[in-house]
Design a protein around this ligand. Sequence first.
Ligand code: GTP
Length: 188
Amino acid sequence: MPGDILKKRKIAVLGSRSVGKSSLVIQYIENHFVESYYPTIEATFSKGVMYKGVEYDCDIIDTAGQDEYSILNSKHAIGIHGYVLVYSIASRNSFDMIQIVYDKIINFCGVNDIPCVIVGSKSDLPSRQVTAADAEELAKLNKAAWVETSAKNNVNIGKVFELCVQEIERRSPNNQVEQSGKQGCAIM
Ligand SMILES: Nc1nc2c(ncn2[C@@H]2O[C@H](COP(=O)(O)OP(=O)(O)OP(=O)(O)O)[C@@H](O)[C@H]2O)c(=O)[nH]1
């Protein structure tokens, strides 16, 4: 039944190295915090995400950390429905990377904007370098959702993926109010 197929969603988690992408995903999937740091190559997890009373079967792709010179892997653009772009609230550099990664995705896909949640991770750290106001402005500029999280203290972790499904669904053909219909590289 087509309705069932439409409930499958692919979400890619991107951002600078060591901002806490894996910790966010592991806290969400396995409900625990990883104190030690192991750089990720790539890992995919599956979990049901509830949004407006409907369960979406989500594949969540935890990617390797990017920098400004990284080439966007086509696997992280083609067939992806929504993005979680992570910076650390304690790293201005990682925040500056968000726009760079965002622009790489929209240029690759040839769209104006993408379903996206910008995530300020490590909100438990006292050494803040990125204000909430700056992050909200960036999110507004890119028509993205925004939330601060702590994987360590399990704050707002579920919210990230609910917001991501919300951003995906907001742009889906059935819910479109103002979109031209051009969005995402390929909706599978
Ligand atoms: N204080 C604090 N530390 C965190 C939090 N999330 C992650 N960390 C720590 O930050 C370090 C990097 O976390 P990872 O989740 O491995 O980061 P990553 O973005 O997946 O790293 P790459 O795979 O290299 O891209 C680890 O030592 C984590 O324990 C958090 O919410 N609070």
